[in-house]
Design a protein around this ligand. Sequence first.
Ligand code: ATP
Length: 364
Amino acid sequence: MAKAFEIAVFEGDGIGPEITAPVVEMLAMLAGRSAEYSLSFVRAEAGAGHYAKTGEALPAESLDIARRADAILLSAMGIPSIRYDDGTEIAPQIDLRTELDLYAGVRPVRIVPGQPTPLNLPDGQGVDFVLVRESTEGLFHSKGRGEITRDEARETLLITRETSEKLFRFAFDLAKQRKNAGLGPGKVTCIDKANVFRAFAFFRGVFDEQASNFPDIVADHAYVDAAALWMVQKPWIFDVMVTENMFGDILSDLGAGLMGGLGMAPSADIGDSHAVFQPCHGSAPDIAGQGIANPFAMFLSGAMMLEWLGERHQVASMAGDAQMLRDAVFDVVSRAQWTTRDIGGDATTQEASSAVMDAFAVVS
Ligand code: ATP
């Protein structure tokens, strides 16, 4: 009998609804032809638009839908002109990470031949690594708690042993899976600033302790400044990178830039019981409503969701569907015919999405 999964869908703000619709359509099509799994989609309201209407950014009912669901698909939230009274932006996607304890932010960086990239890669050199960003503490722990006087502002970083241990185990397991799938050599690089800050020396110490439990995986270290340099100069040296929340926030945008832009960068925020899948980009209010947003990061996030669900619930064909969906997206990107403006083309969201569906029909 087919396993039934309920997916909470947060369409969000700005371009969110435009990029969500084709991806939900694609996922429904995939599930519709499968005998092993089915998907049902439940819409959940949240975001800046919802806050402007109701005074609530993440209603309790939506949080309940998210908690009940087997996985959460989220597009983008926040509109710079709508803010809380303290001047900060509405970001329920960050609140979800804390509420659902989604400690591992997974940010894959992949560049295939033909893909627009600012890098000048040696002939035949691809790039395929994954950045794992701790997503519940680090400097973001201070969100909403900063202390401000007329003359001083303080924000405090938090790194705990419990979360760091879970994070590093996650990163080593991921490196093991990638090695088994032939995607990487089996290496985890801990990115920190242990030469300057005690908190990062602690972070590195916990990493080294966990590394000893994974003798088949190489454990490596890099300071965050050097890691940024190498991501540009020789990104192929990385397999799995693992880092603190704020460093991960910055490096994942650098990774997105290497892939041609935010419109290409998918992500997953994973905890022990829940997971949110969403593109790395924001709600792009400057192009919202024009039908020109790049849907590829959202498609790739949908593929990550299928893969995660399949592995968690032992439905092998979901990983296969995820791989075919990913291949379809990269096929469209490498042919550069139906790509959107942000990555050098002139296709609309609808045209780019149809091209993914057509490419899927060929690869499947
Ligand atoms: P946030 O702080 O919410 O992450 P941001 O400030 O990084 O948001 P985005 O909303 O991601 O900003 O937009 C940054 C730029 O990238 C904008 O010019 C936007 O139009 C563009 N952009 C973002 N996502 C896409 C997309 N999917 N397709 C096309 N352009 C995009």
